[in-house]
Design a protein around this ligand. Structure first.
Ligand code: S3P
Length: 429
């Protein structure tokens, strides 16, 4: 994809359904009794991998445009897979599905692409093993491919060293098949879609917050069945983030992004944009299926640097590449700290973001847990995405304000979370 600088992005856009919520609709729908009807489902490669895995586990799933109908078979209705479960590029599929599979009376194997198979799985293998699960890394390197055989699960209390919704959700899902309660405490609250949605499906699940710290605990009591639901997936704030950034940094722009999920455990980017001086207005705020939603109006603004650290990090972890791009054209210096988790995403995003910003002429220093960026003028460059969808999209926004042309290599990787990304952009020209 070849891009150049522009001005005056104007109009309305709708972003596709939320990736985290779309995954969960298929997973929870598959192990619920009855039908789950999902509207505005994200048909990105990651969520399609989840559909593919549950079909391999014997669940009938219909797809009609952006509606997906899952014919759930109840908690004990999955059948032994005839094949290895192909999780593609998707960490959410791998970790949440592993939690479910440890409670099944059959063997299964999960494997993904090169990036997925190099991401850390010890973070789920260890606590699942404490619960009595039989789950191993086939190559004994702490990564997928994973091999899971039947185990007898018992609930545990787990103090997670990382704020990770994937770890938390994995254990809560295994907890559905365990004897006794399972609870997970995390250092700061990560996205809580599992807690909100499992409750809608009828699970006995609770969330508590420590009053004297940022620590948060989610607990589940097994026993009951889950029941199919009708769900409309809100627009993905992680996809909206690219239009928020474009609206703020491209001169003479005004963009209305409709129907975006603004769950507080996901909406840290809005606070950061405000801190940077961004002109952002939330309109039409409402709540559906326990999730907060709004339309977001963005206008071109003079941005200045800020510090992003502490408990806001999990609420914007996937948006850091595009926040870094905004920082690269803002006045002054931006410091991003406490974000070492960036190293274990689809790529090492401390490296991919800082290397690509450097090639665009930005003054940026990678650190152990983030980066320091001094804003200025960017110049066009060849962007090495390393097949990371968020790097491709973030640097497509950088290209819109850079001098000269920018080439996004392997830009097709946007299909992972946002197949229509470039088409939606054209609506604003
Ligand atoms: C996700 C959780 C986050 C996020 C990922 C989606 C989820 O990962 O980065 O894109 O759907 O639960 P971690 O739980 O590893 O932080």
């Amino acid at each position: 994809m070849e891009l150049c600088s522009i001005t005056g992005l104007k109009g309305k856009v709708k972003v596709p359904g939320d990736k985290s919520i779309s995954h969960r609709c298929v997973m929870f729908g598959s192990i619920a009794k009855g039908t789950t009807e999902v509207h505005n489902f994200l048909k990105g490669a990651d969520c399609l991998a989840t559909i593919r895995c549950f079909r391999t586990l014997g669940i009938e799933i219909e797809e009609k445009d952006s509606v997906v109908i899952v014919h759930g078979k109840g908690l004990h209705g999955l059948s032994a897979p005839s094949d290895i479960l192909d999780v593609g590029n998707s960490g959410t599929t791998t970790r949440l599905l592993s939690g479910i599979l440890t409670g099944q009376p059959f063997d299964s194997k999960l494997s993904g692409d090169e990036s997925l198979n190099s991401r850390p799985m010890k973070r789920i293998i260890e606590p699942l093993t404490q619960m009595g699960a039989n789950i191993t890394s086939i190559l004994r390197n702490g990564c997928a491919p994973l091999y899971i055989t039947p185990g007898s699960l018992h609930g545990i209390h787990y103090e997670s060293p990382v704020a990770s919704a994937q770890v938390k959700s994995c254990l809560l899902l295994a907890g559905l098949y365990a004897e006794g309660d399972t609870s997970v405490t995390e250092p700061t609250l990560s996205r809580n879609h599992t807690e909100l949605m499992l409750r809608e499906f009828g699970a006995d699940i609770r969330s508590t917050h420590a009053l004297d710290s940022t620590r948060a605990t989610a607990s589940i009591t097994p026993g009951g069945e889950l029941y199919g639901q009708k769900i409309t997936v809100p627009g993905d704030i992680s996809s909206a983030a690219y239009f928020i950034a474009a609206g703020l940094i491209v001169p003479d722009s005004e963009i209305l992004i409709e129907n975006v999920g603004i769950n507080p455990t996901r909406a840290g980017i809005l606070k950061v944009c405000e801190d940077m001086g961004g002109d952002i207005t939330l309109l039409n705020e409402r709540t559906e299926g326990g999730e907060k939603i709004a339309d977001i109006l963005v206008r071109t603004s003079r941005l200045h640097g800020t510090t992003i650290e502490g408990d806001i990090i999990p609420t914007l972890i996937d948006e850091i590449p595009v926040i870094a791009v905004m920082a690269a054209v803002a006045e002054g210096t931006t410091v991003i700290k406490d974000a070492a988790e960036l190293k274990v995403k689809e790529t090492d995003r401390i490296e991919t973001v800082t290397d690509n910003l450097k090639s665009m002429g930005c003054r940026v220093t990678p650190t152990d847990d983030g980066m320091i960026i001094t804003g200025g003028k960017l110049k066009g460059a060849s962007i090495h995405t390393l097949l990371d969808h968020r790097i491709a999209m973030a640097f497509s926004i950088a290209a819109l304000v850079a001098d000269g042309n920018t080439r996004i290599l392997d830009s097709k990787c946007v299909d992972v979370s946002y197949p229509e990304f470039y088409d939606t952009f054209e609506q604003l020209l």
